[in-house]
Design a protein around this ligand. Structure first.
Ligand SMILES: CSC[C@H]1O[C@@H](n2cnc3c(O)ncnc32)[C@H](O)[C@@H]1O
Ligand SMILES: [Zn+2]
Length: 435
């Protein structure tokens, strides 16, 4: 099947800072077939379904580089706390009581519906019950990278680190060959994973060619506790254990000094920046501009809905751009074009998927979104990239395709029933509130 999009503006991300007018994007089956002038597209592809998007910008679907999808069901359960208080006294007890296969599937589907409605087409997740996160991805059609969590302590999912690792490898094996779903090893954090387990993870990641996803340097407490317990900062400890490499996505990295930024660049580590969660938990201000200047690849994430509390990548992108300027005292830091790249191609690079997604280039998967810029809030329109990053809201995302499949048209989800999803969320609320 062939579909031709005719938007007002086409923002392919590659080549950098390009905005095309009077151009069309041709999708065939799951791939991008061509980008060419609108007139040529009509002439060369008369048999295609032609979709007119006269007020819209079309760009690659956004990549949420760090999330815990199922935590939508815990949204608003514990607010206005520091990370350790939030985790130890509220979230981990709630997870112990409620997290199950059903919880993870329902919560993940719900999160994916919210993310798709906001123009996110790929989620790099990290949670428990790997198979159920993967099933949620297949059910919704969202491109899903399942981070298979590893911790030293028992949960309802596994008894110990080896148990989590076995489950990770079993999930990786079970879904081999399924397009749209892949797996990474996800040690939770330096303060919940031992040296021995980190070493096993490095070896397994190499053996099975898997990426690694870990919370690192999220708070100053984490850094100080590591100096107390290990005699060094977490990043140095992970470096000594061989974890720092292009396989690694370090979520947060709020506290990084100059030497650590140089080390991240040298080792090719990717960063998932989570501005909203970092602000809400008062974790700090990540030195994103310094990292980018040093050559570190930085993508953007929402973190979970229990610490954000939205899964609104577009909103968080605006926050990231504003914060980058304030933190570096430099108004040119993270301009609109670079911000869009952060939410697309940088995320794809971090996942090792930049040959498949992250920009609108012939041969890549057709993960594409359209944003209606005709709203009162986004006029007058001088610069589409500026308007998307600084002025548009996620509710202006009108259409979403993943793998060439239309998952939202004119803001209506095509594969999911919104009323049913809301009923499920209410059911879970009653169950959790009653406990
Ligand atoms: C093992 S992955 C899931 C695990 O991580 C917890 N979590 C969610 N958000 C954060 C965060 O920002 N820092 C550290 N840990 C977080 C989640 O509740 C799960 O227990
Ligand atoms: Zn997180």
């Amino acid at each position: 099947m062939k579909t031709c999009l005719h938007p007002k503006y086409l923002i392919p991300i590659e080549p950098r800072a390009t905005v095309l007018g009077d151009h069309a994007l041709v999708m065939q089956d799951e791939k991008i077939l061509a980008i060419l002038s609108s007139a040529e597209a009509r002439q060369q592809h008369p048999d295609a379904q032609h979709i007119e998007l006269p007020e819209h910008a079309v760009m690659p679907g956004m990549i949420n580089l760090h999330g815990h999808s199922a935590m939508t069901l815990l949204r608003g359960l514990a607010d206005d706390l520091s990370l350790m208080d939030w985790l130890h006294n509220h979230i981990w007890p709630a997870e112990k009581q409620h997290v199950s296969e059903e919880f993870v599937f329902d919560g993940s589907v719900y999160a994916m519906a919210e993310m798709l409605r906001g123009g996110t087409t790929t989620i790099n997740d990290m949670y428990f019950y790997n198979d159920d996160v993967a099933r949620a991805g297949l059910h919704t059609g969202m491109r899903t990278v399942v981070g298979c969590s590893v911790l030293e302590f028992p949960t309802g999912y596994a008894a110990d680190a080896d148990g989590y690792l076995q489950k990770a490898l079993a999930s990786h094996q079970a879904f081999q060959g399924q397009s749209g779903v892949s797996f990474r090893l996800a040690p939770h954090a330096p303060y919940t994973v031992s040296d021995a387990t980190f070493k096993k993870i490095v070896a397994l990641a190499e053996k099975h060619d898997m990426g690694i996803h870990c919370h690192i340097h999220e708070t100053m407490d984490e850094v100080n506790d590591s100096i107390r317990d290990h005699g060094m900062r977490p990043l140095q400890r992970l470096h000594n254990l061989g974890l720092l490499s292009p396989r690694l996505i370090a979520a947060h990295m709020v506290h990084a000094n100059e030497e650590e930024i140089a080390l991240l660049a040298q080792q090719g580590v990717h960063i998932a920046h989570n501005p909203a969660s970092n602000l809400k938990l008062a974790s700090g201000f990540a030195p994103i501009h310094a990292m980018q200047t040093a050559g570190v690849n930085v993508g953007i994430g929402t973190d979970g809905a229990a610490s954000n509390n939205k899964l609104d990548l577009l909103g968080d992108l605006r926050m990231a751009a504003l914060l980058a300027k304030a933190v570096s005292s430099n108004p040119t830091a993270l301009n609109a074009g670079n911000a869009l790249e952060m939410a697309t191609l940088a995320g794809a690079k971090a996942l090792g998927m930049d040959q498949q997604i992250g920009s609108l280039v012939a041969g890549k998967f057709a993960d594409v979104i359209a944003i209606d810029l005709s709203a009162l809030e986004t006029l007058p329109l001088f610069d589409p990239a500026s308007q998307i990053v600084y002025a548009a809201g996620r509710e202006q995302v009108s259409h979403v395709w993943v793998h060439g499949r239309c998952l939202m048209a004119e803001r209506k989800l095509q594969t999911l029933d919104e009323a049913q999803l809301k009923d499920k969320a209410t059911w879970w609320h009653q169950k959790i509130a009653a406990a």
